[in-house]
Design a protein around this ligand. Structure first.
Ligand code: DGY
Length: 328
């Protein structure tokens, strides 16, 4: 089978595909492939290993041709893929959820919470600028976590791992999702809350929902206005869940005391006013960027292709309902 890989990925897993006799082409440049380049590269391929920076829509699938059978997305999120278009065409789609990624994102979420609470980035910058003149009682006063409320929006795998870690800080944890999750409540000691109540009382609000039509723009002027005065917002999920203009306003008006973002509304562009704010921590979509997670993602993305081509339903198939009617 012919497979196109849109960027070099960590580890040596692509060699497994070669060993099986598949013909692999990896985009040769170390940058996201442009859509006009991708449309040419996919012509005639049977499999595509895509990244979250690649838009995989119906036009791209049709440009590839009727032999395209598998799209394996090197990410947990798959909002870059038109899943319905793939299913309509009988194309198998897989992703790379695994504990390594989930734990890495949960860890990064906590790195951001702690950076905000203890003003780590501001303090680091000040020291580097020569600002440390000796101990002072009043510099970089932070916010203690003990007894504070963490509101988790989306208690899936990652949200649950974030909640588990909150115990160690003696925080109260509220969560919001479609339905209360009694097992999680028992295991993690979390309390179900409506979105409005969660926003009203949480000192830290962390987002762990996928990007869908329902969650796009979920954090906007109205929802930000409901947040507790002086609270913090953390987003390690997907950028377009937060309306950045509204976030800037909430920070300017003091509704929010700070925000930490790993993802952006228009990646890789960042709202210029966020860049200038001391109370905002920004990281470049690296929540899952540990050696362990990225290696595992490579393994899973490759296994998705390998298994599908061997006629074995991939473990991480996102559209399993089309397995029996898939393109062969
Ligand atoms: C994912 O897997 O969806 C992450 O955002 C990529 O690191």
């Amino acid at each position: 089978m012919k497979i196109f890989v849109t960027r070099r990925i960590p580890g040596d897993y692509l060699s497994l595909l070669k060993k099986e006799g598949h013909e692999i082409e990896v985009f040769s440049e170390d940058r996201p492939i442009k859509s006009e380049e991708l449309v040419l590269k996919v012509k005639g391929v049977d499999g595509l290993l895509s990244l979250l920076t690649d838009r995989v829509d119906a036009d791209l699938m049709d440009a590839a041709g009727p032999q395209l059978k598998v799209i394996s997305n090197y990410a947990v999120g798959f909002d870059n893929i038109d899943l319905k278009a793939a299913s309509d065409r009988g194309i198998v789609v897989c992703n790379t959820p695994c504990d390594e990624v989930n734990e890495a994102v949960a860890e990064h979420t906590w790195a951001l919470i702690l950076s905000l609470a203890r003003r780590i980035v501001e303090a680091d910058e000040s020291v580097r600028r020569g600002g440390y003149k000796g101990w002072e009682p009043n510099i970089f006063l932070g916010t203690s976590l003990i007894g504070k409320t963490l509101g988790i929006i989306g208690l899936g795998r990652i949200g649950s791992m974030v909640a588990r870690r909150a115990k160690g800080y003696n925080m109260k944890v509220l969560y919001n999702k479609h339905e209360p999750d009694k097992d999680a409540e028992k295991e993690l000691g979390v309390v179900f809350s409506s979105l409005d109540d969660l926003l009203k009382v949480s000192d830290f609000v962390s987002l762990h929902v996928p990007l869908t039509d329902e969650t796009r723009g979920m954090i906007n002027i109205e929802t930000l206005a409901k947040m507790k005065k002086g609270s913090f917002l953390i987003n390690t999920a997907r950028g377009p869940i937060v309306c950045e203009d509204a976030l800037v306003k909430a920070l300017d008006e003091g509704t929010l005391k700070g925000a930490a973002l790993d993802v952006y509304e228009n990646e890789p562009n960042i709202h210029p006013e966020l860049l200038g704010k001391q109370n905002v921590v920004l990281t470049p979509h690296i929540a899952s960027s540990t050696n362990e997670a990225r290696e595992k993602m490579s393994q899973l993305a490759v296994e998705g292709l390998l298994h599908a081509f061997l006629g074995k339903k991939p473990l991480n198939m996102i559209n399993p309902e089309i397995w029996n009617t898939r393109r062969k």
